[in-house]
Design a protein around this ligand. Structure first.
Ligand SMILES: *Cc1c(COP(=O)(O)O)cnc(C)c1O
Length: 216
């Protein structure tokens, strides 16, 4: 079962400008309802199918965040239901989101997922490639996409110096482009490292296991 008092403790500990997204992947809708009833509306999932299955069993004022890799062939299915796609990690995916958003007559909010971890298992685009993509936004190639900022995931390590270096690299990149692109969201930090992430400039944290308990 999720720990409501832990949820409230985390929620109350966050600075006012920091958004909490509760990462509910793998947890059942009963658990999500408990946290929903405590006032939470932003939930994160890493699979399209899981959002589609859960949304019908839960109140429709939940804002779903997609935080896992999105395949282009699933864009059409998820677009009507997702509040923010945090995990946009290729130009191919951007093009698909643009095309499908135009078809649906909607504007889709996204973050670019930047690879900051050393491990090469993590998705995300490098800083160089991100710069090229930002150029395409400047050229107005994506009228149906609202680029709200950046997302990143630091290495799975206890090494605070490494975590800090990775997080600061993303934070600096964010700051460099924030004004020009009207960025408002820097999504960084999970259960194990969110305090540090906030110190490094994050204003959206994605917290799962610290609230819901160990994953099933
Ligand atoms: C699972 C996940 C989280 C949350 O991880 P916890 O350790 O459970 O807080 C955050 N971000 C992403 C991208 C995830 O996949």
């Amino acid at each position: 079962m999720p720990d409501v008092s832990q949820y409230q403790k985390i929620k109350n500990s966050l600075p006012e400008n920091v958004t909490l997204v509760c990462v509910s992947k793998t947890y059942p809708v009963e658990d999500i309802k408990v946290i929903y009833n405590a006032g939470q509306r932003d939930f994160g999932e890493n699979k399209v199918q899981e959002i589609l299955a859960k949304k019908d069993l839960l109140p429709n004022d939940i804002r779903w965040h997609l935080i896992g890799h999105l395949q282009t062939n699933k864009v059409k299915q998820i677009l009507p239901y997702v509040s923010l796609i945090q995990s946009v990690d290729s130009e191919k995916l951007l093009n698909k989101i643009q095309q499908q958003s135009l078809e649906f007559g909607q504007v889709t909010s996204i973050l670019l997922q930047i690879k900051i971890a050393e491990e090469d298992t993590k998705y995300g685009i490098g800083f160089k490639e991100a710069e090229l993509i930002l150029e395409k936004f400047k050229e107005k190639n994506y009228p149906n996409i609202e680029l709200k900022g950046l997302m990143g995931m630091a290495s799975f390590t206890e090494n605070q110096d490494q975590l800090k270096a990775e997080m600061n690299s993303l934070s600096s990149f964010y700051d460099a482009y924030k004004k020009q692109y009207s960025f408002s969201i820097l999504s960084m930090g999970m259960s194990s490292d969110y305090s540090l992430a906030i110190k490094c400039g994050s204003n959206l944290v994605r917290i799962g296991s610290a609230i819901f308990g160990n994953r099933y």
